[in-house]
Structures are given as structure tokens and as C-alpha cells.
Design a protein around this ligand. Structure first.
Ligand SMILES: [Zn+2]
Length: 85
């Protein structure tokens, strides 16, 4: 299992991972509004605006990370495993 930060799409309940090493085309930073915008994959297509602080670390399989997203049931928020400061 790997750890990556991600954001949940409320439309389809998939967690999209933000990779710092690889540009994910569906996450854009809006400089004017100072927020990130995630455009979900079709057929969902929901647009989610979020701040950096809303990203949560998830424990997730390497395969899901490679894919860039995972069903919310496939990954576990790290906060539920242990909380570290
Ligand atoms: Zn979605």
C-alpha cells in the first residue's frame, strides 16, 4: 500500500489522487480564485473546487495510484489509521 493525498468527488464517490511528480490533467489550479479545481472523469464530469488544506492522505494500492483515482471503498483515509502531526 502507498500513501497519497487525494480529493473525494461527491458525484461518484471516487478519490482522485494528486501526484506531485506527475501532472494530472483533470486537476487545475485557478490562480484568480486561489483554489484547485478537479474535473471528474466522464460520465461523472462533476467539478469540485477545493483548497490545498482539504486534501487528505489516503492509504491506497499502487494500482489505484497508477490509475490516478480509486473508489472510496478501495482506499482508507490515513487519519483513521493513525493521526500524526
Ligand atoms: Zn466524479
Amino acid at each position: 500500500m502507498r500513501v497519497s493525498v487525494g480529493i473525494l468527488c461527491e458525484g461518484c464517490k471516487r478519490v482522485h489522487f494528486i501526484s506531485p511528480s506527475r501532472k494530472s490533467g483533470h486537476v487545475l489550479y485557478d490562480r484568480v480564485r486561489r483554489e484547485f479545481r478537479l474535473t471528474c472523469h466522464p460520465p461523472c464530469g462533476q467539478v469540485t473546487s477545493f483548497q490545498r488544506g482539504m486534501l487528505k492522505p489516503y492509504s491506497v494500492s499502487a494500482g489505484a495510484l497508477e490509475r490516478g483515482y480509486a473508489d472510496v471503498a478501495e482506499c482508507r483515509p490515513m487519519a483513521e489509521i493513525e493521526r500524526q502531526c
